[in-house]
Design a protein around this ligand. Structure first.
Ligand code: SF4
Length: 343
């Protein structure tokens, strides 16, 4: 995994608990600057992508709310972090933000306490659903990439240990990185890692600064053997001439690498691309080749998002047909990898 090595750290005074202070010590060369609010940053040097790799923000998360999810998980936990050093062309985490450096929320214990309070209010035993038959599932990586966060502080390790010991709660996150440090966390089956997979040539173009498809595939069995519940996340599915042939190749690669025992329990989720008008305009100057692939107005339709931006999705009826095609291919090549949901 590319090493995150910020040259500037901005911090709010209330973020400097032990974890915050350790983060400052981890990057002794970095310029340190106190700020008043983690979400009101001073003018930063460099463009959006430079800021993602050069700047770290340390803050304290004050809004400790668990939100409903219903797809990847039952609930979305309060964020351990926000932002990512990756630069994926379609990433919703960055959408509508002029700059979005990684912000690490150092009050991990408070965040986990909020999860505990929340899960204790749920009916028990849980009614089994596609996210988990027994435990309430909390996505801990909706606004960042947890594998990157784990390279910056012990917040992810702390979270994995919390979920390991918890009688009702279960953690889950999708990732496009491979962080071998996490193999030592001993989750004992209470954290699900969902490796995000796209066909190789597409991934090379749109998953900028993430780990390669080969690395993600090669890590699957290692994480399983280290005690993670491992799933795969086919997201985003991008449609172009020959896309199904590329997915056939990807499924064959997956079929080849996954250990037979893991095949008995590995499921997947499938999410077709959602793009965004604002992001398209920014990408045109930075990664125009990716835009050739993900901006296809003749097969897409727009929808105003809840945050006011214009999101772009594949036309409903076309997508219904492609979902059928995807399901058929999955049944043919990797029937053991049950689709938890597809849209
Ligand atoms: S790895 Fe995930 S969070 Fe990071 S830029 Fe890519 S899609 Fe966004």
């Amino acid at each position: 995994m590319q090493h995150f090595n910020p040259s500037t750290i901005l911090y709010t005074p209330d973020a400097l608990n032990e974890r915050g202070k350790r983060a400052l010590l981890t990057y002794p060369e970095a310029i340190q600057q106190e700020i008043k609010q983690h979400n009101r940053l001073p003018e930063l040097e460099g463009n959006h992508y430079q800021v993602k790799s050069n700047v770290l923000v340390l803050g304290r998360l004050k809004t400790l709310v668990c939100r409903e999810s219903g797809r990847s998980s039952d609930f979305i936990a309060p964020s351990l972090a926000n932002g990512c050093m990756g630069a994926c062309a379609y990433c919703y985490v960055d959408r509508n933000k002029a700059v979005n450096p990684i912000t690490l929320f150092t009050n991990t214990e408070e965040i986990l306490l909020a999860v505990d309070k929340h899960v204790q209010q749920q009916a028990w035993p849980k009614v089994p659903n596609q996210t988990h038959a027994q435990f309430y599932t909390y996505d801990i990586g909706c606004n960042s990439d947890v594998s990157v966060d784990a390279s910056i502080s012990d917040s992810v390790e702390t979270a994995v240990h919390f979920f390991r010991e918890h009688p009702k709660a279960f953690a889950t996150f999708a990732t496009k990185f491979v962080n071998p440090q996490m193999l030592t966390y001993d989750p004992q089956g209470k954290t699900r890692i969902r490796f995000s997979l796209l066909p190789r040539k597409v991934s090379k173009l749109v998953d900028v600064r993430t780990d390669s498809l080969e690395k993600r595939l090669a890590a699957i069995n290692d994480f399983y053997q280290a005690g993670y519940d491992v799933h795969v996340n086919f997201s985003p599915v991008i449609v172009y001439e020959g896309w199904l042939d590329d997915y056939r190749e990807l499924f064959e690669q997956l079929n080849e690498v996954v250990h037979p025992n893991l095949k008995k329990q590995m499921d997947c989720e499938v999410i077709f691309l959602t793009h965004n008008q604002w992001q398209h305009n920014i990408n045109l100057s930075i990664n125009p080749k990716a835009e050739d692939l993900i901006w296809a107005p003749e097969i897409q339709e727009s929808k105003k998002s809840q945050f006011g931006g214009i999101n772009i999705r594949y036309q409903y009826q076309l997508k219904a047909g492609w979902i059928n095609d995807f399901r058929k291919l999955q049944q043919e090549v990797i029937p053991w990898c049950t689709i938890r949901y597809i849209f």
